[in-house]
Design a protein around this ligand. Structure first.
Ligand code: ACO
Length: 369
C-alpha cells in the first residue's frame, strides 16, 4: 500500500497527511471490520450566571435573558423553540465539560482511560488557542501517550465529521477511539447581542468507538463541504486575515458572529435531509427503516423543516433544543445519550444522526443499535 500523493509546502500544509492517508487507504480497507460503537454522553448541566457575576449553577431561561437584553420569551420561543439553556460555571472551561462527558462514556463502556488508543475532540471553543483541547483532555483523563487531536472550526458539524475520521482510522487498525463534542459558546458570544446570545448553550457529549462489543454499529457516514459559503456563518476576528488587535477588542468584533440567518436556514434543511438520504442509500436502507432521526439542535424550525423534507413523523425525530439551546458540536452526542437514557432508542433501532455547521459543512451517520 503506497501513499499516492502528499504535498507539503514550507509553512503551508497543502494536504493534511492524516486525511491523505485515510483517503488513499479507505477504499482498500473498507472490507475490514466495521467499527461498532458504545455510546454514553454527559452534558454540562451546570450554569454560570455571568451577568450577575455569580458562579451559581443555574438554568438560564428566556425570562432571565429579558432582564438583560431587549427580548421576550415569545420572540425566542416562536423563532427558535428554545426555552432554556445551561451555561458552564465561571470556574469551568472546555476540558472540564469534555472530561466529564468522556469519563461517563468510559464508565458506560466499562473501560478505563488506559484502554483508549486515540482521542478526537470536535470543538470551536477550545480550552486554549494552542495547544488543542485533546492534549489537555488526554492528560486530564490519564490516558496513555496516544494520538490526540482536535477537529476545530467546522462548527456544529464537527462531531459527526469526527465520527467519520475515527471510523476511517479504525479501518486502518482496530482501536478504541474516544470522540468528544464540546462547546462553551457562552465564552465566545457577545452577551449584549440579542440576535445570537439567546440561541446558544454549553454542553459536552462523548462516545467511545471500539472494534467489537459495542451497543451499536456505525454502518456508514457521509460528509461534505461547500466552501463557497464561508460568508454565511463566520467569526472572522482572531484568524490571520483579521488578527485579534486593539481595534477588534474596542469594537467588540472579536466575538461578533456574522450570520445570514435565512441562508443558513435554507442550507441547513437542504444539507441535513440530503445527507440522511445519502447515507441511507449507501447502506441500502430508506427513511421508513429509521426509528429515530437525531439532527443538530440549532433551531426547532430547522428541525421541523428537515422532518417535513424527509417525511418522518414527529415521534421519529429527537428534539431537545427547547431545554439546552444550540450547543454546537455537542448537540448530536448529547441528544444521542439523552435519547438512549430516556428509552427513545432500543435494541434493533436504526438511528440517523445529522449535523450542519459553518463552512458550510454537513454530515450524517447511520447507526444500528
Ligand atoms: N429578541 C427580540 N428581537 C430580536 C432578537 C431577540 N433575541 N434577535 C433579533 N431580533 C429582532 C431583529 O433585531 C429584527 O428586528 P427588526 O426587524 O426591527 O430589524 C427582527 O427581530 C428580525 O430579525 P431576524 O434576524 O430577521 O430574525 P429571524 O426571524 O430571521 O430569526 C433566526 C433569527 C432565529 C436566527 C433565524 O434567522 C434562523 O432561524 N436562522 C437559522 C440559523 C440558525 O439557527 N443559526 C444559529 C445557529 S448556526 C449553527 O448551528 C451551525
Amino acid at each position: 500500500m503506497w501513499i499516492q500523493f502528499v504535498c507539503v509546502h514550507t509553512g503551508i500544509l497543502g494536504c493534511d497527511l492524516q486525511t491523505a492517508i485515510c483517503d488513499v487507504m479507505s477504499p482498500a480497507m473498507s472490507k475490514l471490520t466495521t467499527p461498532s460503537m458504545t455510546t454514553s454522553v454527559m452534558a454540562a448541566a451546570a450554569g454560570g450566571h455571568r451577568a450577575g457575576g455569580s458562579t451559581a449553577r443555574v438554568r438560564f431561561g428566556n425570562h432571565d435573558w429579558s432582564e438583560f437584553i431587549d427580548t421576550t420569551d415569545e420572540w425566542i420561543t416562536s423563532r427558535t423553540g428554545i426555552q432554556e439553556r445551561r451555561f458552564a460555571a465561571d470556574d469551568e472551561a472546555t476540558v472540564d465539560l469534555a472530561a466529564h462527558a468522556a469519563e461517563t462514556a468510559l464508565a458506560d463502556a466499562g473501560l478505563e482511560a488506559a484502554d483508549i488508543d486515540e482521542i478526537i475532540v470536535a470543538t470551536d471553543t477550545p480550552e486554549a488557542y494552542t495547544p488543542d483541547t485533546a492534549s489537555f483532555l488526554q492528560h486530564r483523563l490519564g490516558c496513555r501517550e496516544v494520538p490526540a487531536y482536535d477537529l476545530g472550526g467546522s462548527g456544529c458539524a464537527g462531531f459527526v465529521q469526527a465520527l467519520d475520521v475515527a471510523r476511517a482510522r479504525m479501518m486502518l487498525e482496530p482501536k478504541r477511539v474516544l470522540v468528544v463534542g464540546v462547546e462553551l459558546i457562552s465564552r465566545l458570544m457577545s452577551w449584549e447581542d440579542r440576535s445570537f446570545c439567546v440561541l446558544f448553550g454549553d454542553a459536552a457529549g462523548a462516545v467511545v468507538l471500539g472494534p467489537e462489543g459495542g451497543q451499536a454499529e456505525i454502518l456508514d457516514v457521509v460528509a461534505g463541504t461547500d466552501g463557497s459559503k464561508t460568508d454565511i456563518l463566520t467569526l472572522k476576528t482572531g484568524g490571520t486575515r483579521h488578527p485579534f488587535n486593539e481595534e477588534s477588542l474596542a469594537s467588540g468584533a472579536y466575538h461578533r458572529l456574522d450570520m445570514d440567518g435565512r441562508r443558513v436556514f435554507r442550507e441547513a434543511v437542504h444539507r441535513m435531509s440530503g445527507a440522511i438520504t445519502d447515507v441511507l442509500k449507501r447502506v441500502d436502507r430508506s427513511v421508513s427503516d429509521v426509528s429515530l432521526v437525531i439532527p443538530h439542535q440549532a433551531n426547532k424550525r430547522i428541525i421541523d423543516a428537515v422532518r417535513n423534507q424527509l417525511g418522518v413523523t414527529e415521534d421519529r425525530l429527537y428534539v431537545n433544543v427547547h431545554d439546552y439551546g444550540n450547543t454546537g458540536s455537542a448537540t448530536v452526542p448529547f441528544a444521542l445519550w439523552e435519547a438512549k437514557e430516556t428509552g427513545r432508542i432500543t435494541e434493533g433501532d436504526l438511528v440517523a444522526l445529522t449535523a450542519f455547521g459553518a463552512g458550510f459543512h454537513w454530515a450524517a451517520a447511520a447507526v444500528q443499535f
